[in-house]
Design a binder for this molecule. Structure first.
Ligand SMILES: [Zn+2]
Length: 149
């Protein structure tokens, strides 16, 4: 055996339960890993007109990420080019949010990609369910998350 660490969390994520559900909102990736803990529900945050991402003002909001920094990307917007530093799920690497810089960004904001995260572990957001239903049955079976007991 060469395991230096026992990674129990990968087997069944159980972050901070049970007390913090009262005061915090936990958001999970589709793979079941928790990615974000927020003081307020995500639905209360404003959304960008460009890509519907939720806007978190870093100066006025407390939150905790469980993500790893991924790739940088340049995105063309109507107001010019936007440079994004993307954050991905530490387990499956799905991009779930980003920071942006460029001419149109004066403040310090973090963006959460709409429909990337779900408040219920093991549940697929509605918008994504429609997409999955459009894919072949074989693929669906492979990609379905394991439901919580
Ligand atoms: Zn994931």
């Amino acid at each position: 055996m060469s395991y230096s660490r026992h990674r129990a969390r990968h087997h069944r994520p159980r972050p901070y339960r049970p007390d913090q559900r009262k005061n915090f909102n936990v958001y999970y990736c589709l793979c079941g890993e928790y990615n974000l803990i927020l003081e307020r529900p995500l639905a209360e945050f404003p959304q960008r007109a460009t890509d519907q991402a939720y806007i978190i003002n870093n100066a006025t909001n407390m939150y905790k990420w469980n993500v790893k920094k991924g790739t940088e990307a340049i995105v063309k917007r109507e107001s010019g080019y936007e440079k994004q530093l993307r954050f991905g799920c530490p387990r499956c690497e799905l991009t779930v949010g980003y920071n942006a810089s460029g001419d149109s960004f004066a403040g310090d904001y973090t963006y959460i990609i709409a429909d990337a995260l779900t408040a219920e572990q093991g549940v697929i957001p509605e918008a994504l369910q429609a997409e999955l239903n459009a894919t072949p049955v074989e693929e669906q079976a492979e990609n379905q998350p394991i439901p919580s007991p």
